[in-house]
Design a protein around this ligand. Structure first.
Ligand SMILES: C[S@@+](CC[C@H](N)C(=O)[O-])C[C@H]1O[C@@H](n2cnc3c(N)ncnc32)[C@H](O)[C@@H]1O
Length: 472
């Protein structure tokens, strides 16, 4: 970071502008908006600067710059059209350790003035540190369009209402939740847009009295590994959470995106090796929600596909805890896409079946006869340790020994590894693979030779910022 963005309070603080033209006028205008006590020194003054002086808004000094003008000033702006003078001002200010901005000359400046989107009291400042002013301008234009005019009014009345909310809702996280809910309420924005401030205040009062001190749970699918495959909603909830209970399959890059102050609790599960048992996890979800917390239950892939999401929700229903479900990209979709294997194809597979290799003891047997049919793709989750049985059953029910098979290990991650072979080789293919592995069986696998596109090393270095990608 070349510059530290700060917002300075200039109300009634003496500031000096040297120069009397258009540019000086613009800077004076901004300083006055911030309530500064402005003195302008120049040989000649723009008529609007004269007017401001006559109206008592600024002081003007007719003459050349002298160092004594810097006495008792908080900051200085050099806006003359003479480089030599600007340099002299910058060096004099530097000597006194006084913040100085030389217009259009970042090298001489100890502070720069960013582009701003002004929805006072909300101010967004954008700077490229003088490196890409056009990009900064484009970003500003985007933000101008994005932030409705009434957002400033919303911030102002929220400020006035803050103490009241603080008195009524003592718990910090509940208070945050109240504000999040309120700002997410489109009705409030509509009222302010129409200038109906009184009605907006009534709405704020109403929602305050309706606020019930109860938390909720969001069951969120985190996708197969690559953080850029998270949904926007998942990201939003992760950034609002008080507590996040996550599984072993959720990558550390994804956990890095969780709100910094949230409690992160691993309830990691591996087939047969449960760090925190399922029933304990279910209970923790209920307990945290009843404490009024916003709980995110983060699971690999999609929670409703071999994720036991349904069981956790049943427990929440029983305890009367509010919840929502955010789908994630399941391993079958993520891994097949990143391995270049379309799960269906008009020539090779008219259907696709997802099965799990890991079933409850004494659980139902799979219908191997149906699974061995041709023209379909079989995706097996947690299938690696069952390779022998899968091979035996499929061959027994008539699937060809030369049917292509893919094992995708740590799919979509920077460590993705794909092994391709045939059904007759299945039991040897997975030797040495550690970590989550997905099995895809069917003719579509042969397309990977042609369609594989993902290079783990390069792809994870691509910009993940959708906003910037859109601008490009
Ligand atoms: C308990 S299941 C959870 C599936 C998850 N709910 C989903 O929708 O992807 C775990 C199995 O999913 C598969 N899996 C999940 N993520 C994977 C990944 N990134 N690469 C390969 N297989 C994965 C593996 O077969 C793993 O053993």
């Amino acid at each position: 970071m070349d510059y530290l963005p700060i917002f300075t309070k200039l109300e009634n603080r003496p500031c000096l502008v040297i120069g009397g033209g258009d540019i000086a006028l613009r800077k004076v205008h901004l300083l006055l908006k911030a309530g500064a006590d402005v003195t302008v020194c120049a040989l000649q003054f723009h008529p609007k600067l004269q007017q401001k002086s006559e109206a008592g808004q600024i002081k003007i000094i007719t003459g050349s710059f002298t160092e004594s003008l810097l006495d008792n000033k908080w900051l200085v702006i050099a806006a003359t059209n003479k480089k030599v003078v600007n340099r002299e001002i910058a060096s004099a200010a530097d000597k006194r350790q006084l913040l100085v901005n030389v217009v259009d000359d970042p090298l001489l400046s100890s502070f720069i003035m960013p582009s701003i989107v002004d929805r006072s009291p909300i101010i967004v400042a954008i700077s490229s540190g003088g490196k890409a002013p056009v990009l900064a301008r484009l970003i500003r234009e985007r933000l101008e369009a994005l932030l409705p005019m009434h957002i400033g009014r919303l911030a102002t009345i929220s400020g006035e209402f803050r103490h009241r909310v603080k008195n009524v809702i003592k718990n910090v996280s509940l208070r945050r939740r109240y504000w999040e809910k309120l700002f997410g309420n489109g009705q409030l924005g509509t009222l302010l847009q129409k200038g109906q401030t009184e009605k907006a205040l009534t709405l704020m009062e109403q929602s305050l009295s309706e606020e019930i001190a109860q938390g909720d749970v969001a069951l969120v699918g985190a996708g197969p590994g690559d953080p850029s495959l998270l949904t926007l909603k998942a990201l939003q909830l992760m950034q609002q959470a008080d507590v996040v209970l996550y599984d072993r399959l959720v990558s550390s890059e994804i956990l890095d995106l969780v709100r910094r102050d949230a409690d992160l609790i691993s309830v990691g599960k591996e087939a047969g090796n449960h760090e925190v048992g399922q029933s304990r996890t279910n209970k923790m979800l209920v307990e945290y929600a009843l404490q009024g917390k916003k709980v995110v239950r983060l699971k690999g892939g999609d929670s409703f596909i071999f994720g036991r999401g349904g069981e956790e929700l049943e427990e929440l229903v029983e305890a009367g805890v509010a919840f929502q479900v955010v789908p994630g990209i399941t391993a079958a979709s993520g891994c097949s896409a990143y391995a270049g294997i379309p799960l269906t194809h008009r020539d090779y597979a008219q259907s696709v079946t997802f099965v799990t290799g890991h079933r409850k003891e004494n659980g139902q047997q799979l219908d191997w006869q149906a699974l061995a049919s041709k023209n379909q793709t079989l995706v097996v989750y947690m299938g690696l340790i069952q390779s022998q049985e899968i091979q035996t059953q499929l061959l027994h029910f008539g699937r060809g020994a030369d049917t292509p098979v893919a094992l995708i290990n740590k799919g979509t991650s920077a460590d993705q590894h794909v092994v391709i072979g045939t059904l007759s080789e299945l039991t040897q293919l997975g030797g040495g693979l550690k970590g989550p592995t997905l099995m895809i069986i069917g003719e579509v696998v042969s397309l990977a030779n042609k369609l594989a596109w993902y290079n783990p090393e390069n792809s994870h270095k691509l910009s993940r910022d959708p906003f910037l990608v859109n601008l490009a």
